[in-house]
Design a protein around this ligand. Structure first.
Ligand SMILES: NC(=O)c1ccc[n+]([C@@H]2O[C@H](COP(=O)([O-])OP(=O)(O)OC[C@H]3O[C@@H](n4cnc5c(N)ncnc54)[C@H](O)[C@@H]3O)[C@@H](O)[C@H]2O)c1
Length: 252
């Protein structure tokens, strides 16, 4: 049990990587706030964790909204008295398109949900972590920031910002024993993956991802959750400011 006695918040936890991480964190003893916009699915994830003997509550959260983020942090503190881990994972895709075809509204939305969320989550959890003497913030960036596919433009930029914010906060917060790291997943088999290529058949899209991954397969949500578990746990006590590529070698 790697997270015994720890309290974790996972955003985007109603689906995909967030769901797998919330479930894995709970299996390892964490008390988990499942935060997401999707109420029914989020409630279901929290219920499943409790049914399996774990500890979880659902909190409806729009990660781009200040009050929702404050309420999310307060839920953990009111229920369990602390926040050891914040996994800023929620995000949205942007269909792969030439830049001339990407609307200003979509660009703004991608930046708002993928970047402002990490800024807000960190801003409002840090006072709690400072007061308790430490914590771990984990952010989901993307290998798209390191090796963008053609047409990733705005999405790649949003994840690049997440990586830079991670590093900046890691230096700012190290003296408070708050570690800040990010994960760069390659294409992950979640409902989001086909959203990058909405005009392409789902299986053809998956095949095209596979072809570009040296280890020969897409990531599963659990591949990413295992990395998050490591960064959340005391196994990573001396690890801060890193980008953990879980990418089957795609960045090589
Ligand atoms: N799937 C991939 O190929 C891939 C690759 C690299 C990085 N990522 C990143 O991984 C993260 C998780 O994606 P996933 O693949 O698990 O996708 P997913 O669609 O399965 O899950 C994303 C979750 O985020 C939630 N969400 C979206 N907007 C939100 C908001 N404003 N407030 C709260 N919750 C919100 C959704 O409701 C959903 O439950 C994202 O940041 C994504 O950019 C995904």
């Amino acid at each position: 049990m790697k997270l015994d006695g720890k309290v974790a918040i996972v955003t985007g936890a109603a689906s995909g990587i967030g769901q797998a991480s919330a479930e894995l964190f709970a299996k390892h003893g964490a008390q988990v706030v499942v935060a997401d916009l999707q109420v029914e699915k989020g409630e279901e994830v929290a219920r499943k964790i409790r049914d399996q003997g774990g500890s979880a509550v659902f909190q409806r959260t729009d990660v781009a909204e200040v009050q929702d983020i404050k309420d999310m942090v307060a839920r953990a503190v009111n229920k369990w008295g602390r926040v050891d881990v914040l996994y800023n994972n929620a995000g949205i895709a942007q269909p792969i398109r030439p830049i001339e075809e990407v609307s200003e509204d979509l660009f703004d939305r991608v930046m708002r949900i993928n970047v402002r969320s990490v800024f807000l989550g960190s801003k409002y959890v840090v006072p709690v972590m400072k007061q308790q003497g430490g914590g771990s913030i984990i952010n989901t960036a993307s290998i798209a920031a390191v090796k963008p596919r053609l047409g990733h433009n705005g999405y790649a930029a949003s994840k690049g910002a997440v990586i830079t914010l991670t590093k900046s906060l890691a230096s700012e917060l190290a003296s408070y024993k708050i570690r800040v790291n990010c994960i760069n997943p390659v294409a992950v088999d979640t409902p989001m993956a086909p959203e990058f290529q909405p005009d392409v058949d789902v299986n053809a899209a998956k095949e095209s991802y596979k072809q570009t991954i040296p280890l020969g397969r897409m990531a599963s949500p659990l591949d990413i959750a295992r990395g998050a578990l490591y960064l959340a746990s005391d196994d990573a006590e001396l690890v801060t400011g890193i980008e953990l590529n879980i990418d089957g070698g795609r960045a090589l």
